[in-house]
Design a protein around this ligand. Structure first.
Ligand code: ZN
Length: 476
């Protein structure tokens, strides 16, 4: 055994040392937070037509992002729990948080690594990037949360180096990734195995959800204002039963997250828990555990998930007059919800019904976990040029094509804007959902004419009506 150990050590040495020699001789070096990255042999930083190209895999993996390479489509998807960038080799458009954005230069393959434009990475991954032409070195600095005195200059060298460990590596802990309240329902999305316990408490009335062996995900913490002792809270309006939602790390050992619904009086509720989605439903009658949705399977009630794009820390596109896309998306989605609630054969579920931050994965998860019948995502379009205008509808899978055609017919008529038609694109929410799913681009926020309409109350009512007519015709 001893001999084997020595041999292993020797092999490790041989493996490690040639690597650093290769990195040094490859011309350009990448530093992340003052530390040189150990590049795979043969991989180097390239300069193509004046664009510095860096290996996405190296940067992403060192930043703790999830990287997926799909050989057949030659696409690389980089995601955190609340952000997703999908790029295809040779394609000058990337999919960012579910929508298409232009790249200066498409990703290229170099050996078995995908190189992407440095500028794009810097903008989208929130990195500070500096290129030292003389030294042929790239300096990346990752954002330091709530530490204003942290130096961003790579010139300062090693620095304190106190926070070099990767975040949240406790493999045994499950994580809470999102909380939302809509339709008089609290929805808690989690990753890992979670067995929630839900119970009422009195004086004042409240419903407590304890998630044992669970912590907040890094992305959740980044998106919510948290007081170290008392946790954070979420305002709830428009629901007479509910005052607010609070959440906190209730206990450190064992780590337990507690979410509390503060009630304005006693209320009955039902609880549904299924693979990563816990729903406390205040619409349910009686204090009981209701079976997993769909709730009325025999009655032919269809579940329609309405997804208001972006939200919270992700405003989406900014309009020509400075308004945020997320506001238009939500306003319109709420109008669609109100209309669908009048339909006795339709059960409507909102992915978000307020200005909360929700990742693409969570949106898809809500629809898939609910085994929804259709998924409709609402967005506003944007372009770097002010001229493109009009309405378009996106789908990805063949199973969604008919829904796209039917809903677009009503949508285009309702907006009265230029009809850009139904288009195929591989977008996260329409690709990863398992039911017919469409993404509606109502109009262009970057176009003066479209924008003047998009935030208009009458226009939104008309468009909501059109979307609902499309949904009804498709569901029959
Ligand atoms: Zn959007």
């Amino acid at each position: 055994m001893k001999k084997l150990g020595f041999l292993l050590a020797l092999i490790l040495c041989l493996l490690v040392f040639p690597k650093s020699v290769d990195a040094a001789s490859s011309g350009a070096a990448i530093y992340l937070d003052g530390q040189q990255l150990n590049l795979s042999s043969g991989v180097k930083v390239d300069n193509i037509k004046g664009n510095v190209m860096i290996p996405i895999r190296v940067v992403s993996e060192n930043l703790g992002f999830d990287v997926r390479w799909d050989k057949s489509s030659r696409s690389v998807t980089v995601s955190s729990s609340d952000k997703s960038v999908r790029m295809v080799v040779g394609n000058a458009q990337a999919e960012l948080d579910g929508e298409l954005v232009d790249l200066n230069l498409p990703p290229v393959l170099s050996g078995d690594t995908t190189l992407v434009p440095l500028r794009f990475v810097s903008q989208q991954m929130g990195l500070d990037v500096k290129w030292d032409n003389a030294a042929k070195a790239v300096y990346l600095t990752s954002p330091v949360p709530s530490s204003p005195d942290a130096g961003t200059s790579p010139g300062s060298g090693g620095g304190s180096g106190t926070d070099s460990s990767a975040p949240g590596n406790n493999a045994d802990l499950s994580t809470l990734t999102g909380i939302s309240f809509s339709d008089n329902r609290l929805m808690i999305s989690t990753e890992g195995t979670v067995a929630p316990s839900v119970f009422p408490m009195k004086g004042p009335d409240r419903i407590v959800v304890d998630l044992p062996n669970t912590a907040f995900s890094e992305a959740f913490l980044a998106d919510h204002v948290m007081n170290p002792s008392s946790g954070g809270e979420m305002a709830v309006t428009d629901y007479p039963d509910v005052a607010k939602i609070r959440f906190a790390l209730f206990s450190h050992s064992p780590s337990t997250v507690r979410v509390v619904i503060d009630l304005n009086g006693p209320a009955s509720y039902g609880v549904t828990h299924e693979s990563g989605l816990t729903i406390v439903d205040l619409n349910a009658e009686g204090d009981m555990v209701i079976p997993p949705v769909p709730p009325v399977s025999g009655s032919g009630k269809k579940i329609v998930v309405i997804d208001a794009g972006h939200g919270g820390s992700q405003p989406g596109a900014t309009s020509v007059t400075g308004k945020s896309e997320k506001v238009m998306n939500l306003d319109l989605a709420l109008k669609v919800e109100a209309l669908l609630k009048n339909e006795k054969n339709i059960e409507v579920v909102m992915t978000r019904s307020n200005d909360s931050t929700l990742g693409l994965k969570d949106r898809v998860k809500i629809a898939n976990d609910l085994k929804a019948d259709i998924f409709v995502s609402i967005h506003g379009n944007s372009s770097t040029s002010s001229s493109p205008n009009g309405t378009e509808t996106y789908y990805t899978r063949d199973a969604s094509k008919q829904l796209a055609n039917v809903i677009h017919k009503h949508l285009a008529k309702a907006t009265g804007l230029f009809d850009r038609g139904v288009k195929y694109s591989s977008l996260h929410v329409t690709r990863e959902t398992k039911m017919p799913a469409v993404l509606l681009e109502i109009g262009f926020l970057s176009n003066k004419g479209d924008e003047a309409q998009l935030f208009n109350e009458d226009f939104q009512n008309r468009v909501a009506q059109g979307i609902v007519e499309g949904i009804k015709e498709y569901l029959k």
